[in-house]
Design a protein around this ligand. Structure first.
Ligand SMILES: C[S@@+](CC[C@H](N)C(=O)[O-])C[C@H]1O[C@@H](n2cnc3c(N)ncnc32)[C@H](O)[C@@H]1O
Length: 230
């Protein structure tokens, strides 16, 4: 399996203004390359200050298309294009009840909070205590306080706030955890990297009245899901 090459940690030299310019350029690049199409996702990617979710020694690489390491075991913040790659097929929009499995840095969570708006709900579950603490501090610093953050096994979902319109799993699963399928609304969608024949496919599930419809989006490369269904 081909992996990612992580750039070396170094003292950041880029200014806030430079990073903000890079953010705007990245959004244009994502639109040009067909990853980013919907206005709420575009707005969220311009609003959320991604550099505030990146460990200090990797901050200059914020807008590079590479996952960067996070505190914790096997945790990474995904490359910028991954967010529209997941959220566009999910149809993430205003008022959605959204569950994320794999909080990581909290960046994708903050984007989701912006997209669903005050009428929506965001729940995110992280299994690694160090990663969880890093994300919680990032979200607090960035002013996102109306998110339910859960330290635990996201494979079990979060039944307390179910059912969900949208579920996003940000770690590669051997199979989709059944509790997550149970916690989808009828008409709801779930997106996840799924191991199949030695590769990971990004799959989109849609729950209909009496069946689950499935579509493969593309091939991806994610850290493995841990816990009961990992
Ligand atoms: C690719 S990272 C998430 C990136 C995140 N979306 C972001 O914006 O930074 C995947 C995360 O899933 C977490 N994870 C793995 N298995 C998990 C599980 N069973 N429940 C919850 N989180 C899990 C990992 O610890 C890691 O933080």
């Amino acid at each position: 399996m081909i992996g990612w090459i992580v750039p070396p940690p170094r003292e950041p030299v880029k200014s806030r203004d430079e990073l903000e310019r890079e953010r705007r350029q990245k959004v244009e690049w994502l639109i040009r390359h067909g990853y980013l199409r919907s206005e709420p996702i575009r707005k969220a990617m311009l609003t959320v200050v991604r550099e505030d979710f990146i460990p200090f020694l990797y901050r200059d690489y914020t807008y590079d298309e590479v996952p960067l390491p996070l505190p914790g075991e096997q945790a990474t913040i995904s490359c910028p294009h991954s967010y529209p790659l997941f959220y566009e097929p999910l149809g993430l929009g205003k008022g959605h009840r959204f569950l994320e499995v794999g909080l990581g840095s909290g960046y994708g969570t903050a984007l989701a909070r912006e997209i669903v708006g005050p009428e929506g709900l965001v729940v995110s579950v992280e299994i690694d205590p160090l990663t969880f603490a890093f994300a919680r501090d990032n979200l607090e610093w960035a002013g996102y306080r109306d998110i339910i953050l859960v330290l635990g096994d996201g494979g079990l979902g979060y039944p307390e706030s179910a059912p969900y319109d949208s579920i996003c799993i940000t770690a590669a699963c051997p199979s989709i955890p059944p509790p997550l399928i149970a916690q989808m609304k009828e008409g709801g969608r779930l997106i996840a990297p799924l191991w199949e024949n030695g590769i990971q496919n990004l799959v989109l599930l849609e729950k209909e009245k009496d069946r689950i419809r499935r579509k493969t989006v593309c091939q991806v490369l994610y850290v493995p899901l841990r816990g009961r269904y990992g």
